[in-house]
Design a protein around this ligand. Structure first.
Ligand code: SF4
Ligand code: SF4
Length: 171
């Protein structure tokens, strides 16, 4: 693989072509999980509840081309957003690039295999539920989407004291 092909090592997020931007996504599907915020402390909490359009097996959007029409609060990431938002998982390739970190060895760009993100246990496959069936989000708070897979699990996150609200979803 040439340096030109390893664009994630030579470019900034803002310099990526549309094709490179799409290829950078590892396909984990974790950004399509609902998030909650504590109304008092603004603490972010992850859930294992997926957007209704997420294919729970492939962890891909089932209607990517029409996602903004079908899910109005789906968000298209930009380099500026990647830098500012706090809800992308630590394993997210956009977040890693923004932080100047290398891609992990299981990333499909390095393995040449879109399944490698699932085989490494990084994606949501096998541990997420659709919002169609989940019921109240407050019953689905989990830590793992926010944990760095290269580090030991973090201690339990604080639970909401009052009714929490949804954080924005994205691509
Ligand atoms: S969390 Fe990041 S790498 Fe994973 S699917 Fe979402 S945008 Fe792609
Ligand atoms: S959050 Fe957006 S990209 Fe993800 S499954 Fe839902 S509509 Fe598709």
């Amino acid at each position: 693989m040439t340096n030109t092909e390893r664009f994630w090592e030579t470019k900034r997020l803002s310099e990526l072509s549309p094709s490179e931007w799409e290829r950078l996504c590892d396909g984990c599907g974790l950004c399509c999980l609902h998030k909650l915020r504590d109304e008092d402390t603004d603490t972010l909490m992850f859930t294992d509840v997926a957007c209704r359009l997420l294919d729970l097996n492939t962890c891909q959007c089932a209607s990517y081309g029409e996602r903004f029409r079908k899910v109005p609060d789906c968000i298209a990431l930009t380099p500026k957003m990647v830098h500012e938002i706090d809800w992308l998982p630590p394993s997210c390739a956009y977040r890693l690039m923004d932080e100047g970190k290398p891609l992990p060895d299981w990333h499909p760009l390095l393995t040449g295999n879109r399944e490698s993100v699932h085989q490494a246990g990084i994606s949501g496959r096998g541990r997420i539920i659709s919002e169609r069936y989940a019921g109240p989000l407050e019953r689905h708070i989990v830590d793992w989407p926010g944990e760095d897979p290269l580090r030991p699990p973090a201690s339990a996150r604080p639970r909401p004291k009052k009714r929490a609200r949804k954080a924005p979803r994205r691509v």
